[in-house]
Design a protein around this ligand. Structure first.
Ligand code: FMN
Length: 262
């Protein structure tokens, strides 16, 4: 039995976890809740700042020592090279505990941060992700080894930057968030924050991991931040158009989408 252990800020990773669960004999666990340690572990999480969200690293740190097999599927908003090395830190923690990390793959999903992709592009990436997750499940079942060599200077530099961001740098994340005066104080954000970082008066503490769940889940879009997506999007409502052709900067996704093995 596989255990699928996921963290999802705004829903993309959860969608991938559910897809993967449809292809494997597995149980899905949200790492914020209780879990059992299954025979083989599959980690799913969003790439944050070319690295692993702190909550995922802390989850890995909390695991017992073991020689179980581990597979990783990260998702980011692009397939740029740096995202391929984004699991370096997680692998380090797991290997120090004795886990055998066999599989490490990136699947692209729509951006939930900074850039609002055109809706047909979001749908195209989501559609491709379904095929890629099915392909990943097949490779995982076959016991395939898929790893990236992460010993480059650039990678260690970016990992250092990420460490700073998710360490001391993260204490000031709360300053990015604003709460509009039309907030209805429903406490959806308070109750859903994975870090328990929002108090009843909707003040943000210093333990934010910038996952944006509060922004996306607010029923009246009262939480916002300059530069980030204000309202977010729903994977359920975007419509797939097989004739859509990405243009300009987005053209580079065509190759990625058409190659299911990538
Ligand atoms: C703070 C933050 C940092 C991000 N950094 C990256 C990044 O370095 N590379 C990337 O491709 N996507 C990045 N993203 C985009 C997310 O990884 C992507 O949209 C993902 O699908 C979100 O998953 P979720 O809905 O499960 O949270 C970032 C998103 C956030 C909120």
């Amino acid at each position: 039995m596989y255990g699928i252990y996921y963290f999802s800020g705004t829903g993309n990773t959860k969608a991938l976890a559910d897809m993967l669960n449809g292809h494997l004999d597995s149980r899905v666990y949200n790492i914020e809740k209780d879990f059992d340690l299954e025979e083989e572990l599959i980690f799913l999480y969003p790439v944050h700042g070319f690295g692993v969200p702190k909550i995922v690293l802390d989850f890995a740190r909390s695991l017992p020592e073991s020689s179980k097999k581990v597979h990783i599927i990260r998702n980011g908003a692009d397939h740029i090279r740096l995202n391929y090395y984004a699991s370096f830190k997680l692998i380090e923690i797991l290997e120090q505990k004795g886990y055998k990390v066999l599989y490490d793959r990136l699947v692209v999903m729509p951006a939930n941060f900074l850039v609002d992709y055109p809706d047909p592009l979001k749908a195209m990436l989501y559609h491709a992700a379904k095929k890629k997750i099915s392909h990943a499940a097949k490779e995982i079942k076959e016991g395939m080894i898929r790893r990236f060599d992460s010993n480059t200077l650039l990678v260690s530099l970016f990992n250092k930057i990420h460490d700073m961001q998710s360490g001391p740098g993260s204490e000031s994340y709360y300053k990015y968030f604003k709460v509009a005066d039309y907030c209805i104080n429903c406490k959806t954000c308070v109750n859903n924050c994975p870090m328990n970082n929002i108090d009843d008066q909707i003040n943000f503490g210093q333990n934010c991991i910038m996952c944006l769940r509060c922004v996306y889940n607010c029923p009246v879009h009262a939480i916002y931040s300059k530069g980030m997506l204000k309202k977010g999007y729903s994977l359920k409502t975007i419509k797939y158009d097989q004739n859509y052709k990405p243009r300009g900067f987005y053209k580079h996704f065509i190759k990625y989408v058409n190659n299911i093995e990538k």
